[in-house]
Design a protein around this ligand. Sequence first.
Ligand code: NAP
Ligand code: MG
Length: 399
Amino acid sequence: MSKISVKNPLVNMNGDEMARVIWDKIQNEIILPHIDLNLINYDLSIKSRDETNDKITTEAARQINKVKVGVKCATITPDEKRVKEYKLKKKYPSPNGTIRNILKGTIFREPIIINKIPKIVNHWNQPVIIARHAFGDIYRSKEISVKKKGKLTICFEDEEGNKEEKLIHDFDSSGVGLAYFNVNDSIYDFANSCFNYALIRNLPLFLSTKNTILQKYDEAFKEIFDEVYKKFQIRFEENNLTYQHRLIDDMVACLMKWSGGFLWACKNYDGDVMSDLVAQGFGSLGLMSSVLQSPDGKILKTEAAHGTVTSHYRQHQNGIQTSTNPIASIFAWSKALKHRGELDSNLDLNKFAQNLETICINTLNEGYMTKDLALMCGPEQKWVTTNEFFEIIKHKVEN
Ligand code: NAP
Ligand code: MG
């Protein structure tokens, strides 16, 4: 069979440990034998980042900005232990954070739903996609420990030296305090990303806040979303889609009541917490995909939501066969290929990517799966090794 040719390139970012082992297999055994693809490769492994003083991460992000599509393997975000393990020059920041700051996008996390795999929340039969506004709030806050009687205030001073100050609390005794912020530009980007992604995925959009309590802070999110929605309203109505703001507590109750099938725009902390809750509710990290999309909806970086699966890598290093789930990584490739296909109007490429996803879903439904998923199905369910699973997928893609 002749290979599918692809006109424009794709940025391929390799990573670390077991995720990297899987990554190489996907590339070499599933994608490249069938697609004539111009990959612009960046090695984002921890060693390569150390050798380049992390410049490689910035270069990769700039390249994604140019070619509009990137696919990324999981990478180590070093902590003190990793600095020692790899004798690193410094504790580099998370590559995902660096790339996000350059693309200014929003991360959307979406579960891959497989009928055969039981879910903790049984009636969630359509995906819940979480969009997290990954900027500001408690993650950029300043805290204070109050040790004695006294006043805690918050103060804004403009460039002319004019001050606006508010009393937060008049302490009688010890306690704690906190101040945090956000910026409207980032909230506009977030809103644009969310409305664009809802249209792309044909899903209704909900924004949650606590604007009854935070009548300036959270209200700003609601007002900006309302304003941006005006630009999208006609397209939403044409596609029978809706946008709604809901209080976070109401939204959490709806999440449990509903069967999925919506995009949920969360503030930073809510997104952090809810994305883990939703991942668990749907089952396994090995079935959670993640995309970073620019505000205009044109640039896409895809990846698996899980990490480098260090525990499995240790087995692999000792020559032990692992049973590591490659589905989320394969979907990172299929989603990136689909985006390339849409930008280039390359129907064959889209068909290949869609077919690859269908093959993965069917294979799991037929009962061939890795150990993480088999454990969810119960003691009767057999599982295959990483290599055996790849053989099955590879064979199906070839035929
Ligand atoms: P992890 O790699 O996601 O693994 C946590 C556990 O989840 C694994 O030990 C494994 O459980 C299970 N698991 C995750 N993915 C799996 C898969 N595909 N197949 C089967 N089981 C899977 O998270 P971590 O251990 O906290 O982090 C390891 C490294 O990854 C860290 O250095 C961290 O910095 C990095 N990380 C990177 C990203 C990213 O690049 N996006 C995200 C998160 C973490 P069992 O051991 O029970 O089998
Ligand atoms: Mg979290």
